[in-house]
Design a binder for this molecule. Structure first.
Ligand code: PXP
Length: 252
């Protein structure tokens, strides 16, 4: 089974908010992403609402036909209330702090064990699948198991950064983390800085990868290729049979 593509539409909201009106139309873009083949839509409302606004999440809910994934920090009661009210297919808990430019670390699942157990149970009671953002660190994966989460989202920034220099080295900790998650029966999502360049190698090598959420690179690529083509290009990277670098690798 190929991993699913969930498009993170925060960047669309950022462009819209820069002018104060409704261009680009976030709701239409989300629906178009689905029409063009995306299997999910991800939003990450932050406390300052500088990109996705809480109202956007309410407006999106009745329109979406694919998997809705809401990301954020449950330390904000407002975030918890929003998720329990919307009841998306999945909530991804991210330990980001107020004003942070973007997510830059996963949960310490050992230090936050009790807090995560309690919070995850709250969402699961409402029938919402849970995922927690973690670094590719075996101890954190073992800790995640203790929290009762359904899935983890592997924080892929270090992979993306290391990819061009030494992709084998960059992916090693992610393969080890994925093997541990598989062994413990935790589902695997991944996200952050995944791109047309590095996605296929990741998807090909991570056993049991279920879903990727991609925003920044995908929306940037859409400027050149258009949204429909771009989504198709990303979906192709996720095909287990697709080997874009096959001939190049043969020659190396
Ligand atoms: N996962 C999490 C937890 C994130 O915070 C983000 C960025 O909002 C992403 C995935 C997507 O990262 P990118 O925009 O680099 O594709």
């Amino acid at each position: 089974m190929d991993a699913k593509l969930s498009v993170n539409i925060n960047k669309i909201a950022t462009i819209r908010n820069s002018r104060g009106a409704n261009t680009p139309d976030l709701l239409k873009t989300a629906q178009d992403c689905e029409r063009f083949g995306a299997q999910g839509i991800t939003v990450h409302p932050r406390p300052d609402e500088r990109h996705i606004r809480y109202k956007d999440v309410h407006d999106l809910k009745p329109l979406l036909t694919t998997e809705f994934n809401i990301e954020g920090n449950p330390k904000e009661q407002r975030f918890i209330d929003l998720v329990l009210n919307i009841v998306p297919a999945q909530v991804t808990l991210v330990p980001d702090v107020t004003g942070q430019l973007t997510s830059d670390h996963g949960w310490d699942t050992i230090k936050n064990k009790d807090y995560l157990i309690e919070t995850i149970a709250l969402f699961k009671k409402s029938g919402i699948r849970t995922s927690i953002f973690v670094d590719a660190d075996i101890r954190m994966i073992e800790g995640a198991k203790e929290t009762g989460t359904d899935r983890i989202e592997l924080y892929t920034e270090s992979y993306a950064k290391g990819y061009s220099e030494n992709k084998l080295k960059a992916i090693e900790p992610f393969i080890a983390a994925a093997k541990k998650a598989n062994e413990l029966g935790i589902g695997i999502n991944a996200g952050h800085d995944l791109s047309l360049e590095n996605l296929n190698y990741f998807a090909k090598n991570i056993p049991g990868l279920l879903e990727v959420s991609i925003g920044h690179a995908l929306i940037s690529d859409a400027l050149y290729f258009g949204l429909e083509n771009t989504i198709q290009l990303y979906l192709r990277q996720l095909k287990s049979t697709y080997q874009p670098s096959f001939f190049k690798e043969e020659q190396e």
